[in-house]
Design a protein around this ligand. Structure first.
Ligand code: PLP
Length: 356
């Protein structure tokens, strides 16, 4: 039996994505070769790249004037590429977790960073509110979903300066108003593809304003002009991304994904609330992520931590151990996770409560 995959990343992909990608690894369409051994300049692969970009734009309803890029180096390289391409005098960042902090660290290489607010004081268990964004900053950077802690910004902010978002772990989980962002990026390995590719949605007219010389590979302009084919792209992850995008479309698009995601999140949070053994890590219901659900044992049942983990594993659950910095449990319930897997976890929690 295949396990219920609650891994935070690399993480669950749709069966459609995995089957079609493994088929193409054996035999890529009519080419008579594996996708791993054909030129990225072949018309067949160029079509894959074109379709992936087009479907990405279609599903997120991306307005004209934006480019979609598939790059290597993961979200972590974007932490540096963003300031390389956009930082002039000062940037503003919201510190909502370790990933946000890593983005801040890279930006500091370029100069003055205004960290407008941080939730580090409470192990990043909430989304700060009521801060002021400096009008003179070049851009404001947020991390919409904090994968490790289970908090999420679920609305598109209205800000007066260009808005940049790391959406590694919640892209395609809800409809977004791309027009409110100057740039959105993320690693693919949570909601899109195997690791090896990052996506970037960039508003073309925010580029070309910095004075510094940007190395060719780190310049967004290079990849816009060459349509993500300046050098050899990660062909298998891009192919898999296309398959996931096709699957999203078959499911009814992002709005339908969002509906199912809310259903899954409610199912799990309701059980965490109801079950006497568990509690949520995130006090403010509004801040609770619909992608990464973190929870811990109630005070009186702390000693059952390892026993629950072992029981869950015996029931076919994989990847629910919490991040080492948070402890407890984390169930990542990304887009590809079926309601039935969340139900299986809920059933295991109920069963464990009965036995204890
Ligand atoms: C996983 C993750 C990253 C890191 O992605 P890499 O592709 O491994 O660099 C960055 N930000 C967030 C929010 C993540 O979840």
């Amino acid at each position: 039996m295949k396990k219920h995959n609650f891994s935070a990343g690399p993480s669950i992909l749709s069966e459609y994505t995995i089957r079609n990608t493994s088929d193409a690894i054996l035999n890529f369409g009519d080419v008579g070769l594996s996708i791993m051994e054909v030129s990225h300049r072949s018309k067949e692969f160029v079509a894959v790249m074109d379709q992936a970009q087009a479907l990405f734009k279609e599903l997120l309803d991306i307005p004209s004037g934006y480019s979609v890029l598939f790059l290597q180096g993961g979200a972590s390289l974007q932490f540096a590429m963003v300031p390389f391409n956009l930082f002039q005098n000062k940037a503003a960042y919201l510190d909502t977790g370790v990933w946000a902090a890593k983005a801040i660290k890279e930006c500091k290489i370029f100069g003055d960073v205004d960290v407008v607010a941080s939730s580090k004081d409470k192990t990043y268990s909430y989304i700060p509110k009521g801060y002021k964004i400096p009008e003179d900053a070049d851009y404001f950077h947020i991390t919409t979903n904090n994968t490790i802690y289970g908090t999420e910004i679920k609305e598109d902010f209205d800000v007066n300066i260009p808005l940049v978002a790391d959406m590694s772990s919640d892209i395609f989980s809800r409809p977004i108003d791309v027009s409110k962002y100057a740039l959105i990026y993320g690693g693919a390995q949570k909601n899109l593809a195997p690791s090896g590719v990052a996506f970037v949605i960039v508003k073309d007219d925010i580029l070309g304003k910095v004075e510094r010389t940007i190395p060719t590979m780190l310049n967004y302009q290079t990849h816009i002009e060459k349509e993500s084919m300046f050098n050899t792209p990660p062909v298998v992850p891009v192919f898999a991304a296309l398959k996931t995008l096709e699957w999203y479309k078959q499911q009814g698009g992002v709005a339908a994904m969002h509906k199912t995601n809310i259903e899954k999140a409610n199912l799990l949070y309701d059980e965490i609330n109801r079950n006497k053994l568990f509690k949520s890590n995130i006090a403010d219901v509004e801040d609770r992520s619909i992608m990464n659900v973190t929870f811990v044992m109630e005070e009186n049942y702390k000693e059952l931590d390892a026993a629950f983990l072992a029981f869950a594993v015996s029931q076919g659950m994989s990847g629910i151990k919490g991040h080492r910095s948070v402890g407890g449990f984390r169930a990542s319930i990304y887009n590809a996770m079926p309601v039935s897997s969340v139900q299986a976890l809920v059933d295991a929690m109920k069963e464990f409560e009965k036995n204890n």
